[in-house]
Write a protein that binds this ligand. Structure first.
Ligand SMILES: [Zn+2]
Ligand SMILES: [Zn+2]
Length: 447
């Protein structure tokens, strides 16, 4: 029914045509002549003009209809609201307008018992997904239902928006949902029955990016579905070889976002983006090793899966070099002490003490330089602002000077940490010795 909002197929009146084509003047004219047209619906699907406007992204007409006090929550034959259709077709301005006038985000259709959030996740319109979630935070839903409950809302078959996003290969939506409290290992079965987790559905869909996101948020590779299969088996069955390699329980565990840490949840957007980048980068290194050594027969990851070179080239900037790894620029500042290190080292510090965040109680790490408690992490100020026209020269000099500073960093106290910067080792303990032997030789250069 996605493309069903065309009226050429029937003898509906001209209003629907005008709405669909965005002919504002015609809509006004028709409604002025015959105001009752506002309440007409199509014969079979019972779509209202508002449904047409929302599905076709006709924002001006949508606003006009709403001004004429049309109920924003009109239902069509399948109990779909205009909001659901806007979310389905990714019509963000119409969706925002509907939310603005108080459209109900907690309506369920009669097809699969899905909400507008399911629609946005299923069709991969992450802008719509974000808009709905942000509306949910301030709407009565948050009070009556609870925001996290809304994020994890189930359709008629027990699927949360996260399940749908995983099945439909929508990594951006997965990211947003997890970021907003979606349960990564939710099972469609609910209440003790074993169903599928988002990871099972991602394994079926075969999207590497989706699997990466889910694993980085702690999705369990060993959870079984109703037929007793782990995600790895499903990926194999559907011939998604690369996905299967990552899902193979004997492959190195991925680094997991340390969400239980208080200061991680309090990160500002900028610092968070840096750390998330470091996490994905570390996991891609791990992937490369897995794919290189574990599965010679598998095709190498596609171009889009390759490590983004931009990510690791921050060190040319006019920032201090990290005195733990001496490889990356210090981009993260610990507060309150003000010590700086790179995002990768920060992350390895935070992820250090837990194999699995869902089972382990995390002891918050301390600053590796002064052992004071980490209260906050912020993006370290670059020195670029202080540098004006002599930028190029200064930057060279500074770089030279930095390299002399390394030795006075008291590297003995970092001995422990330097092993942590080897991401490959983290979490390897649970796995077979086979993996431990595959470490990237480059990481040990400090040892
Ligand atoms: Zn570092
Ligand atoms: Zn410190």
């Amino acid at each position: 029914m996605g493309q069903g909002l065309s009226c050429s197929s029937s003898h509906e009146n001209g209003l629907f045509n005008a709405v669909q084509c965005g002919d504002l003047e015609m809509v006004q004219l028709l409604l002025n002549n015959q105001p009752s047209l506002l309440h007409n619906t199509t014969l079979y699907d019972r779509q209202s003009p508002l449904h047409f406007a929302a599905a076709n992204g006709q924002i001006e007409i949508l606003s006009l209809l709403l001004e004429r006090s049309v109920n924003p929550d009109l239902l069509n034959r399948h109990k779909q609201t205009p909001l659901m259709l806007a979310a389905m077709h990714g019509k963000i301005s119409c969706l925002k307008k509907l939310l603005e006038v108080g459209a109900n985000i907690l309506k369920f259709d009669s097809l699969h018992g899905r909400t507008c959030l399911h629609y946005a996740a299923y069709y991969g319109h992450f802008d719509c997904l974000e808009a709905i979630l942000s509306a949910a935070q301030s709407s009565p839903v948050a009070v009556s239902w609870g925001f996290v409950r809304f994020v994890n809302i189930r359709d008629g078959k027990g699927a949360t928006p996260l399940h749908l996003a995983a099945r439909q290969r929508r990594p951006e939506c997965i990211h947003i949902l997890l970021d907003n409290g979606a349960l990564v290992s939710a099972s469609t079965g609910g209440y003790g029955c074993q169903g599928s987790t988002p990871l099972h559905l991602a394994a079926r869909g075969g999207s590497l990016d989706c699997i990466r996101e889910l694993l980085a948020w702690g999705a369990d590779r060993l959870q079984r579905d109703s037929t007793g299969r782990i995600p790895y088996v499903i990926a194999m069955k559907h011939r998604h070889g690369t996905c299967a390699a990552l899902l193979n329980p004997s492959s190195t565990e991925p680094l997991v976002w340390p969400s239980p840490l208080k200061f991680i949840n309090e990160l500002n957007q900028e610092a968070k983006a840096l750390l998330e980048q470091a996490l994905m980068e570390a996991n891609r290194e791990r992937e490369k090793n897995i794919l290189k050594t574990n599965s010679p027969g598998l095709p190498s990851p596609s171009h889009s899966d390759a490590v983004d070179d931009n990510l690791s080239e921050i060190s040319d900037e006019d920032t201090e070099l990290c005195s733990i790894c001496f490889e990356q620029a210090s981009t993260i500042e610990v507060q309150n002490c003000g010590h700086v290190m790179c995002a990768q080292c920060t992350l390895s510090l935070c992820c250090h003490s837990k194999p699995n965040p869902t089972t382990a109680c995390l002891t918050p790490p301390v600053c590796p330089f002064c052992r004071s408690n980490i209260l906050h992490l912020v993006v370290a100020k670059t020195k670029r602002e202080e540098v004006d026209d002599h930028e190029a020269i200064n930057s060279k000099q500074r770089k030279g000077r930095k390299s002399h500073n390394f030795s006075e960093g008291g590297s003995s106290s970092f001995k422990g940490l330097s092993s942590m910067t080897s991401f490959g080792k983290i979490g390897a303990g649970r796995n077979s010795g086979r993996i431990a032997a595959e470490e990237d030789p480059s990481v040990d250069k400090l040892g």
